[in-house]
Design a protein around this ligand. Structure first.
Ligand SMILES: Nc1ncnc2c1ncn2[C@@H]1O[C@H](COP(=O)(O)OP(=O)(O)OP(=O)(O)O)[C@@H](O)[C@H]1O
Ligand SMILES: [Mg+2]
Length: 342
C-alpha cells in the first residue's frame, strides 16, 4: 500500500495544504512551526483512526468549524476524515472509506505505521510513563487484541480511580463491595497485558543486540528489561493484592498496584543504559528497536508499515542515516525536516 497524496483543510495551521508523495521516500521541508508534524499527524489519523498527540478539538484550526483530511492511495482507494458540527450541535468525527461513512476507522482499513518522533531519541532516560506508552504503541500496532485489552484495562482503572477519589477511608465497606468486580477485571486484563508485554520484549531481545550491531558495527550487548511492580503473581494473587491494598488506595485516591506501574529499563553491556551508553549509542538502540518494530509488524500482519520520521533523520550521523535507509528500503518513508542534510 502506498500513499499517493494528502489534502488538508483547517487542520491545525493549515487552511489548505496539498502534497503528493513519492513511492519510496518523501521529504517535507519547512521552518519551525510551519506545520510539518501536523502533516504526519494527519497521515497517522487516516491510517490509525486517531492522532498520536492530541484530540480533534486541538487539531481543528482556530476559528474554523470543521477540518478535513483526504488521503488517496495508489490502488485508487480514498479515505476522508471529517470533523465538525453535526445535527445535534456537537462536533463529530466521521470517516469516509470509499463511499461508506463510519464513526470510527474500520479495522480492515487500519494500516500499520512506524512512527519516530524527536522525543523517542530520549526514550532511554525518559519517564516510566513515556516508556510504557512507547512500548504500548508498538504492541498495539502488532496485536489488535493487545490494544483492546489495554483499553478495557484503562477504562476499568479510570472507574476505580474516580471512585477512590470520591470516597474516603470511612467508606471502606461500601467501596469494597463496588470495586470487587473491577478488581477481578483488572487482574484478568492485567495478567493478559503482562503476558503479552513479556512475550513481546522477549522477541525484541532475541533480535536487539544483532540489529544494534548491524547499525553500529561494534560488539556491545543491548537488552530491554520489563520490570514488574513487585513479585511475579498469578491472576488470583494479582486480584488479592488489589483487594488488600484498597485501604491504602482510598487514602491515596488512586490504584497503586497494577500493570500501569510496570516499567522498562535498557541494559547496555549489562548496566543501565541511562548513564552508561553515549548519545550515539542510545540513538542506535532506538533505531534498532524501530527496525525490529517494522520487522515484527511485517511478520505478524504481512504488511509493510508506513514509516513516519518526524525531524529525526537530520539528527542522525551518516552511518545511522545509511542504516535507516537500508532497513526501510521496502517501506514507504515520509520524513519531515527543518533542513535536509546531504
Ligand atoms: N488548532 C490549531 N489552530 C491553528 N494553529 C495551530 C493549531 N494547533 C497548532 N497550531 C500551530 O500550528 C503550527 C504547526 O505546528 P507543527 O507542530 O505541525 O509545526 P512543525 O512544522 O512540526 O514545527 P517544528 O519544526 O517546530 O516541529 C504551530 O505554529 C502551532 O502553534
Ligand atoms: Mg514538528
Amino acid at each position: 500500500m502506498v500513499i499517493k497524496s494528502i489534502k488538508l483543510k483547517n487542520f491545525r495551521c493549515h487552511e489548505e495544504f496539498d502534497f503528493e508523495f513519492k513511492k519510496k521516500t518523501s521529504v517535507i521541508v519547512g521552518e519551525n512551526g510551519s506545520g510539518k508534524t501536523s502533516v504526519l499527524e494527519a497521515i497517522y489519523e487516516v491510517l490509525r483512526g486517531k492522532s498520536f498527540r492530541a484530540t480533534d478539538g486541538d487539531i481543528l484550526k482556530r476559528e474554523s468549524d470543521f477540518y478535513r483530511v483526504e488521503v488517496k492511495f495508489s490502488n485508487g482507494e480514498r479515505v476522508v476524515v471529517l470533523f465538525g458540527d453535526s445535527e445535534s450541535g456537537e462536533k463529530k468525527k466521521q470517516f469516509l472509506v470509499g463511499d461508506k461513512k463510519t464513526a470510527r476507522l474500520p479495522k480492515k482499513n487500519r494500516y500499520p505505521v512506524v512512527l519516530f518522533l524527536p522525543d523517542d531519541l530520549h526514550l532511554v532516560s525518559s519517564s516510566p510513563t513515556r516508556k510504557r506508552d512507547f512500548f504500548d504503541r508498538i504492541l498495539s500496532e502488532i496485536d489488535d487484541s493487545y490494544s483492546s485489552t489495554l483499553n478495557r484495562y484503562e477504562k476499568t482503572l479510570r472507574q476505580r480511580n474516580d471512585l477512590l477519589k470520591k470516597y474516603t477511608e470511612d467508606d471502606f465497606e461500601e467501596v469494597s463491595s463496588v470495586v470487587f468486580s473491577w478488581n477481578l477485571l483488572l487482574a484478568k486484563y492485567g495478567m493478559e497485558i503482562r503476558k503479552k508485554r513479556e512475550k513481546f520484549i522477549a522477541e525484541m531481545n532475541e533480535r536487539l543486540t544483532k540489529t544494534y550491531r548491524s547499525i553500529a558495527e561494534n560488539e556491545d550487548e543491548v537488552f530491554v528489561l520489563y520490570k514488574l511492580q513487585g513479585e511475579e503473581v498469578s491472576e488470583n494473587e494479582y486480584f488479592k493484592r488489589l483487594e488488600s491494598e484498597l485501604r491504602r488506595d482510598l487514602i491515596l485516591g488512586h490504584t497503586g498496584f497494577g500493570v500501569h506501574r510496570d516499567g522498562y529499563e535498557f541494559l547496555f553491556n549489562g548496566s543501565d543504559a541511562n548513564g552508561s551508553a553515549s548519545r550515539g549509542e542510545v540513538r542506535s538502540i532506538i533505531l534498532a528497536m524501530k527496525f525490529i518494530e517494522a520487522e515484527l509488524i511485517f511478520e505478524k500482519t504481512a504488511k509493510r508499515p508506513v514509516v513516519l520520521l518526524d525531524d529525526v533523520f537530520s539528527e542522525l550521523d551518516e552511518m545511522r542515516q545509511k542504516a535507516l535507509t537500508r532497513n526501510f528500503k521496502d517501506n514507504q518513508v515520509i520524513i519531515t525536516s527543518v533542513e535536509m542534510s546531504e
